[in-house]
Design a binder for this molecule. Sequence first.
Ligand code: PMP
Length: 416
Amino acid sequence: MQVSRRCQTLKPSATVAVMNRAAALKAQGVEVLNFSAGEPDFNSPDKAKQAAIAALQANQTKYLPTAGDPATRELIARIITDRNRIPGVTRDHVLITAGVKMALYLTFQGLFDLPEPGQPARELLLPVPAWVSFAPIAELAGAKVVQMPTTTAGGFKITPDQLAAAITPRTRALLINSPNNPCSTMYTPDELRALARVIADKARTTAPDMVVVADELYQNIVFGTVPFMSIGACPEIAERTLTINGPGKSFAMTGWRLGWVSGSGPFGKAFIDALTKLQGQTITCVPAFSLAGLRAALTECQDDIDRMRAEFAARAELIHALLSALPGVRVARPIGAFYAFPDISAHLGRTSAGGRRIAAAADFAAALLEEHTVAVVPGEDFLGDGPKHIRMSFACSQETIREGVRRLGEFISGLK
Ligand code: PMP
């Protein structure tokens, strides 16, 4: 008896593996400094919690319309129109789903088919390093993932020329994640406009049904160096852009499991209708009382966002300064999201003080956890240049950052 090939070949999340090992050490009474979790260490805003509690007490405990209740869809459409400046978005262009992961899952299911025997798969262009789940979720839908390499020196961004060269008739989608997990870099508005021009141009010739999937989950966690812009705001590609967002990171609401996907214009509406059908055959809808909390978060909790953003910005400066001072460590300045992604490749091939051979980032992370009880995510699963890096989430206190980087320094000076 066997499970499906789909499940057998699916990769478990690397981030979750580190979190499990750190939890096991903690259970043995070991004090672990945890830089692995991709979630804010803050509590959800009080007003969101109170609104959800009130909704429960008012018995908002029944099924909702599949795509979410009209008032919340309307509110999200208004934000996308006014703040993100994406044209052609009404409430009928918004599907509310169970977290951004589910929004991505449904979106890729809506874009890709399993390839016919003997036919090439349609392609997802994925700038790498990239968040660990993009490729597995796209592959589950039948996509072939084409990695587009980026580097520390290039700010982990693809260039218009690189994009033009990568687009073929097999291209179905380009993924843009700005601010980015794991690199914490962002595209400038001009860079996004230049990419949009390439896409619009190629759509006229080579790739007529190409779309952009824009994961903008970290939209509100930006530190002022580069202004945030939605690529869907570029009019020439608005209708071929699917924009994904959610309250998990910027409102500290990861466990509420909420997210949404929006389209624009006639294609956007047809696409959201198709995904709504898929949602109707999977999770049915999200809980009504959680949407009451979401509405409060979106309308009454700007102070909470601002406070958390300011703290993330201070931590970004601190961890960047401390890491930059370590020998053999190169790190880009985090300008959005909450990750530092240092290049530790100068230390590969060495041996730790505890006698562990450090051949790869995975060995580096494992030895650092075992010998100095600091949990970081090794870069391998982020693809591309990832294996030269470790990812350190700074969704933890400044005190933890100081002590964690001190121990990292101690670990590095012990390498032989
Ligand atoms: N996209 C990116 C870029 C992420 O970093 C994450 C979470 N780490 C997700 C999507 C998943 O978000 P959610 O928890 O809302 O499913």
